[in-house]
Ligand binder design. Structure first.
Ligand code: IPE
Ligand code: IPE
Ligand code: MG
Length: 268
C-alpha cells in the first residue's frame, strides 16, 4: 500500500492523514435529473478512487464523513436508502479492501443503526483489523460534539470508579478516549461540494489541520483533483504557533547534508 506507483504525481510533502467531507452527491444527481440516491451511488465509486490515490502516495489514514448525526433530519426515504447503500457497500467492498491490506474502522454512534448493519460493521473491522496498509476510517452517525461528549463520559466514569483522578484529566488523556485515539491527527481536510464549513465533523482533531475546499461535487472528485489538493498541501508552511523563520531554520537543521566525495576537502 505504501509503495508509490509510477502514475502517481510526485508530491514533495505527503500528509499522513487526510480527512474528507464527501459533499455534493445530491446536487450531482439533481443536475442529471436523477434521484438523490443515484448521486450517493456514484459517490461510492469516488471512494474507491480516493482509497487508490492514498495507496499510491503512501498516505496512512483516510477518514471519510459518510453520515452525520444531523443527517437523520433528511427525508426518511433518503435516510433509509442511505442505510441500504452503506450495508451493500460494506458487503461488496470489504473483501477487496482486505485484499489491498486496508484496515477498516467505523466511528460514530452505532446504536442508531439496525442490528444487521452493526453486525456487518463488527465483521468488517474484525476481518481487516491486522492489516498493515491504509487505515480507512468511516465516520457514520458521527458528530464531533458527540465524540467529545462520549469521551468526557468515559473519563468521568473512570474518575467515579477511582481509576483516574480529576487532575489527570488533560488534553492527552481526554484525547485517548476520542474515537480516533491512537491515530495521527488529520494533516489535510478536504471538503467537496462548495460549502465552506465543518458541519460537526472532527471538531477536536481539526485544531491544526490544513483546510482545502473545492466546488467539485463529490462524484466528480477524480484522482487528479485529489492530487491537486495534495499539491496545495505540500506548498503550505505549517507553523503550529511558531514563526515562519523558526520553521525554516528547523527544516534546514533536519536536512542531512550531502556526502562529500572521497578525497575532497570541504574545510575552508
Ligand atoms: C453528501 O452529499 C453525502 C451525505 C451527506 C450522505 P449530499 O447528499 O449532502 O449532497 P448535497 O449537498 O445535497 O448536494
Ligand atoms: C456533511 O454534509 C455530512 C456528510 C458529508 C456525511 P451535509 O451536506 O449533511 O452538511 P450540511 O448540512 O450542508 O452542513
Ligand atoms: Mg450536502
Amino acid at each position: 500500500m505504501s509503495t508509490p506507483v509510477n502514475n502517481a504525481r510526485r508530491i514533495e510533502s505527503i500528509p499522513r492523514h487526510v480527512a474528507m467531507i464527501m459533499d455534493g452527491n445530491g446536487r450531482w444527481a439533481k443536475k442529471r435529473f436523477l434521484p438523490r440516491i443515484a448521486g450517493h451511488r456514484a459517490g461510492v465509486e469516488t471512494v474507491r478512487n480516493a482509497v487508490r490515490v492514498c495507496g499510491q502516495h503512501g498516505i496512512e489514514v483516510l477518514t471519510l464523513f459518510a453520515f452525520s448525526s444531523e443527517n437523520w433530519r433528511r427525508p426518511q426515504s433518503e435516510v433509509s436508502l442511505l442505510m441500504d447503500l452503506f450495508l451493500t457497500a460494506l458487503g461488496r467492498e470489504t473483501r477487496r479492501l482486505h485484499e489491498n491490506k486496508v484496515r477498516l474502522k467505523i466511528i460514530g454512534e452505532r446504536g442508531g443503526f439496525s442490528g444487521k448493519l452493526q453486525e456487518k460493521i463488527i465483521e468488517a473491522e474484525r476481518l481487516t483489523a491486522a492489516n498493515s496498509g491504509l487505515t480507512l476510517v468511516i465516520a457514520a452517525n458521527y458528530g464531533g460534539r458527540w465524540d467529545i461528549a462520549q469521551a468526557a463520559r468515559a473519563v468521568a466514569q473512570k474518575v467515579q470508579a477511582q481509576q483516574m483522578t480529576v487532575s489527570q484529566i488533560t488534553e492527552e488523556t481526554l484525547e485517548q478516549h476520542l474515537s480516533m485515539a491512537g491515530l495521527p491527527e488529520p494533516d489535510l481536510f478536504i471538503r467537496t461540494g462548495g460549502e465552506e464549513r465543518i458541519s460537526n465533523f472532527l471538531l477536536w482533531q481539526l485544531a491544526y489541520t490544513e483546510f482545502y475546499f473545492t466546488d467539485t461535487l463529490w462524484p466528480d472528485f477524480s484522482a487528479s483533483l485529489f492530487e491537486d489538493a495534495l499539491m496545495s498541501f505540500s506548498k503550505r508552511q505549517r507553523r503550529f504557533g511558531r514563526t515562519g523563520d523558526q520553521v525554516e531554520l528547523e527544516k534546514q537543521a533536519t536536512t542531512i547534508p550531502p556526502k562529500t566525495p572521497p578525497g575532497e576537502d570541504t574545510r575552508a
